[in-house]
Write a protein that binds this ligand. Structure first.
Ligand code: F6R
Length: 260
């Protein structure tokens, strides 16, 4: 696991560099997309590169991590709509090549199984972008999630619903209680995990992710088992890392030829 502690703008460029290199090497790559505020700078940087230097997504596939259950198709916070509005619609990426779990399916269990199949049929995810919840969730794998879990229905914690109320006019009662989410086992199969976290409110979750014991109590700790993880954090999100100096020094001494 590599931990990079740098200002947010610089981290967005680093993450975009990895994605650009992947797309230039293999234009039909499969990208795992997160919603929420953490990846927004990366998306803006990739949009800029698409517009200014022709970076193309035309042959790529995309899979989002999760979706609320029960939001109407035109709801602005439906993650399908969020990812279209914030990212996909600004690119040459055909909408049908970007999929998410179907939170309005009549049979949600079948929709989860179908989503797993779609990811598998696409050959798996090459690069998975992730944010982290203040309670240590990745995607919507809340505390207590099985470390081997697959795409399924979950209940959101009160803490997550409170955190996300900012997207629902500050009204926690408007935040859905249920979601569909890729499981920790599903996410762990992506070939490169890139997690972004900013701000003091993420500091404890980041500390647990990097330095805590692996436990369903802090679901993101499952990433410690993964062979290729990059954790991109600003100073505030890194403020509880016990070995922050070591991570800073390691990155400062990193040979230029060694990418993320
Ligand atoms: C969203 C997702 C969540 C968020 C997390 C952090 O698709 O999977 O795990 O990444 O809740 O959200 P932000 O980035 O808004 O702080």
């Amino acid at each position: 696991m590599e931990v990079v502690i740098r200002p947010a703008d610089e981290l967005a460029v680093l993450a975009a560099d990895v994605i650009e290199a992947q797309l230039r090497k293999a234009p039909n790559s499969v990208l795992g997309l997160a919603t929420g505020s953490s990846p927004l700078r990366v998306y803006q940087e990739l949009i800029r590169r698409h517009q200014e230097s022709g970076l193309s997504f035309a042959r790529a596939r995309g899979f989002t991590l999760d979706e609320y259950v029960g939001l109407p198709a035109d709801h602005p916070q439906r993650y399908r709509n969020v990812i279209a509005e914030e990212f996909v619609d600004h690119l040459d990426w055909p909408a049908e090549q970007v999929q998410g779990p179907d939170g309005s399916a009549a049979d949600l269990t079948a929709a989860c199984a179908a989503y797993e199949q779609e990811i598998k049929a696409a050959g798996g995810v090459d690069i998975q972008l992730l944010g982290i919840g203040t309670d240590g969730h990745i995607a919507f794998n809340e505390p207590g999630s099985s470390l081997a879990s697959r795409t399924r229905i979950k209940s959101l914690t009160r803490q997550t619903r409170r955190d996300n109320a900012r997207f629902f006019d500050g009204e926690i009662s408007r935040v859905p209680v249920h979601c569909l989410t890729q499981g920790l086992g599903t996410i762990s199969e992506a070939r490169h995990l890139i997690l972004l976290a900013f701000g003091e409110e993420k500091a404890e979750a980041v500390h647990q992710l990097v330095e805590g014991p692996v436990s369903a109590r802090w679901p993101a700790t499952v990433m410690q088992f993964h062979p290729h993880v990059t954790v991109l954090v600003d100073d505030a999100a890194a403020s509880r890392l016990e070995l922050a100096d070591y991570y800073r020094q390691t990155y400062a001494c990193k040979p230029e030829w060694q990418g993320l």
